[in-house]
Ligand binder design. Structure first.
Ligand SMILES: O=C(O)CCC(=O)C(=O)O
Ligand SMILES: [Fe+2]
Length: 353
C-alpha cells in the first residue's frame, strides 16, 4: 500500500482515522538532521549541580556564573548531579508509558474537557496542517488536578499514576527553584529575586509528557515543530533515543545527545523578557524516527498569575529596556488565544520600539 495512505493507528483518536499524509509538514520544515545525529555542531553545555547548596563559597559562585553564561549563549544547559532520586524519575516514566499503552478509547476518557489544553491528546485534524507526530499528556502542578485526570482514566485505580506524577512534579519544583536561585545570583540579583514569585500559586506550572511513536516517514514529519517555550523555565527529561534539536542559527539545527541521569534546562520567553534579553529563549523541535518510540517530559515553570514581568534596573544598566512590563496572567491569556505556538512570536506584542 502507498505509504502516505497508511492508517496511523497509534495516533488516531476515536473520532478520526488519520493517514500518514495528514502528518506531512510544509517542505520548509522538513528536518535535515536525523534524530541520532549529534555531531553536526557543538553540543549544549553540561553543568554539575553538586555545589548547588547556597552559600558564599567560590564553588557556588562559579556554578551561578556558568549557568548564566550557558543561558546567555545557548538558552539551553544540561545539568547532572542534580539530586533528583532516580526512582522518582523511573516511576513517573513507567506510569506514563503504561498510560500511553492503554487502548485509545480508554486514554480518550482523559481528553481535555475545557478550553485549556490539558489531559490526554492525540493529533487532531482541527489543528489544520503540520500535525505533530505525538501523543501528549499535559497536567497542572496541582495534586487535585492530577487526581481528577487519573480518576477519569483509571477510575478507582488512579493512585499509582497520580502519586508518581505528583512526586515527580514536586521533585522538579525543588530543582527548578535551585536553578532559579543560581540564575538570580549569577545575574547579580538577590537570590530570591525570581523564586519569591513561584512560592504561592503553583497551578500555572505544568507537566507535558510527549510520546512519539515510530514514524514511517521521519524526513517529512515532526514530533513537535519549531517553537520556543513561553513559560519561564523548562526542565526537560528525554530518554535514550534522541530527537531534541536546538536552533543554533538560521536553519542550523543541533541534536542534543541523550545523557543518562541528566536534565535539560531551557529558558522560556517570559525569562528572556524578565532578564531584558540576556537569557535567551531558543527555538527547538523534536524529530522522529522509523524504529523507536521516544518519550520526553517537559516541566514548565511559571510564576504566580499576578507577577509583573519587569526587568530589574540592575539588568537594564546603561542600556535600554527591551520589553514593556506585563503580568504572567496577561501573557498566558494571549497564549491561549493562539491555538499552537509556532516559532518564537509570543514576545512580539511586548517589544518596545
Ligand atoms: O521532545 C522533546 O525533546 C522536546 C519537547 C518540547 O520541546 C516541549 O514539550 O516543549
Ligand atoms: Fe519546548
Amino acid at each position: 500500500m502507498d505509504l502516505e495512505a497508511q492508517h496511523v493507528e497509534s495516533l488516531s483518536s476515536t473520532h478520526n482515522k488519520l493517514q500518514v499524509k495528514d502528518f506531512i509538514w510544509s517542505e520548509n520544515e522538513w528536518p535535515t538532521v536525523a534524530h541520532d545525529d549529534f555531531d553536526s555542531g557543538e553540543d549544549i553545555p553540561i553543568i554539575s549541580l553538586s555545589n548547588r547548596s547556597r552559600n558564599d563559597d567560590e564553588c557556588y559562585k562559579k556554578l551561578c556564573k556558568d549557568m548564566v553564561t550557558a543561558c546567555e549563549r545557548w538558552g539551553f544547559v544540561r545539568v547532572v548531579d542534580h539530586g533528583v532520586a532516580p526512582e522518582t524519575v523511573e516511576n513517573m516514566k513507567r506510569r506514563c508509558l503504561e498510560m500511553f499503552d492503554l487502548p485509545m478509547e480508554v486514554k480518550m476518557k482523559g481528553t481535555r474537557s475545557t478550553c485549556m489544553p490539558l489531559g490526554y491528546s492525540a493529533s487532531n485534524l482541527d489543528y489544520g496542517h503540520n500535525l505533530p507526530w505525538a501523543e501528549i499528556i499535559q497536567l497542572l502542578q496541582s495534586p487535585q488536578h492530577v487526581v481528577g485526570f487519573a480518576k477519569k482514566v483509571y477510575g478507582d485505580k488512579y493512585q499509582l499514576f497520580s502519586d508518581a506524577i505528583t512526586d515527580y512534579m514536586n521533585a522538579m519544583d525543588g530543582l527548578g527553584m535551585v536553578i532559579l536561585e543560581t540564575l538570580a545570583h549569577g545575574l547579580g540579583l538577590p537570590h530570591d529575586f525570581f523564586t519569591k514569585n513561584f512560592n504561592k500559586e503553583k497551578e500555572s506550572t505544568m507537566i507535558r509528557v510527549n510520546r512519539y511513536p515510530p514514524c514511517p516517514l521521519p524526513e517529512r514529519c515532526l514530533g513537535l515543530g519549531s517553537h520556543s517555550d513561553p513559560h519561564t523555565l523548562t526542565i526537560l527529561l528525554q530518554d535514550d533515543v534522541g530527537g531534541l534539536q536546538v536552533q543554533k542559527g538560521e536553519g542550523v539545527w543541533v541534536g542534543v545527545r541523550p545523557i543518562p541521569n541528566s536534565f535539560i534546562i531551557n529558558i522560556g520567553d517570559t525569562f528572556e523578557a524578565w532578564s531584558n534579553g540576556r537569557l535567551k529563549s531558543v527555538v527547538h523541535r523534536a524529530v522522529v524516527n522509523r524504529e523507536k518510540k521516544r518519550l520526553s517530559v517537559a516541566y514548565f515553570m511559571s510564576p504566580a498569575s499576578e507577577t509583573i514581568i519587569d526587568c530589574p534596573l540592575e539588568l537594564v544598566g546603561n542600556g535600554y529596556r527591551k520589553y514593556k512590563p506585563f503580568t504572567w496572567s496577561d501573557f498566558r491569556s494571549q497564549l491561549l488565544l493562539q491555538r499552537r505556538v509556532v516559532g518564537k512570536t509570543a514576545l512580539f506584542p511586548y517589544l518596545l520600539p
